[in-house]
Design a protein around this ligand. Sequence first.
Ligand code: UDP
Length: 311
Amino acid sequence: MRVVVTGAAGFIGSHLSEALLDRGHTVVGIDNLLTGDMANVAHLRARDFHFIRHDVTRYIDVNGPVDFVLHWASPASPIDYLELPIQTLKVGSLGTHNALGLAMAKGAGFMLASTSEVYGDPLEHPQKETYWGHVNPVGPRGVYDEAKRFAEALTLAYHRYHGVDTRIVRIFNTYGPRMRLRDGRAVPAFMSQALRNEDVTVFGDGTQTRSFCYVTDLVDGVLRLMASDITDPVNIGNPDEVTIEEIARTIIRLTGSRSRIVYRPLPVDDPKQRRPDITRARTLLGWEPMVGLEEGLLKTVDYFKRRLVAG
Ligand code: UDP
């Protein structure tokens, strides 16, 4: 297949592109490098990977046939979407519109990278795909949450109205190599701090929970969903739920760090708990995460150590 990946130079986009190449597909990667980094795809340039530097909020022009569009472009770290609120809203709305338009014009399949943020600060736990969510539309996180909720609605409108063959994956917290040192999300923040023996900044009292999925497991779930015919949203994430304090302590231990934990104010609308119900992925895709938290964190620590040495 010839697959277009928007956001290909990002953390997940680059792993996805690589996995597609490994399976013999051709990849056309598109990225405006707002939060992505060419270093993530430099090693793919010698393969059947074609890069277009482009902002997908503007008309997307791809020559030749396209079999599938994976729409991954978006800022995804809270510090990014707080700093880039309008770009975040535009890529979720205009960018999704253009990516769907490309899929329709080429007769290609389409997958939206959606998010557990569509559930907001959830009142239902764990979160099933049938839960409608609890989102503050006017809070600072609303720019990401509402853009993705709109993107889901638009994706299903293209499916229902235009007959585009669509998929929606709701991605829960994912971590692994190629996250940025200054990404701001919990795992890369704690790792960068712990490896430098700096204070590890836990927001709030650290009792809020998340469930962290290693990137190769996430990619496996995405490829299974792509090969399926499921147009309803599917959660992909690891159901192993931990508190933020626990993950900070685990990272300090695994890095052998002398860092102390310090407590900082909890960001506005920070979800108190999050864990995917993955019954749908298990039963319909036969998918199950395979990489345990410590195993995945150790692989990620190796990457961060190399990046810190490289400066
Ligand atoms: N967090 C933290 N310290 C940091 C970064 C994040 O305590 O330096 C907390 C954050 O408040 C949230 C959790 O870790 O409760 C996960 O945050 P992240 O930014 O990774 O993603 P989110 O799940 O909130 O989108």
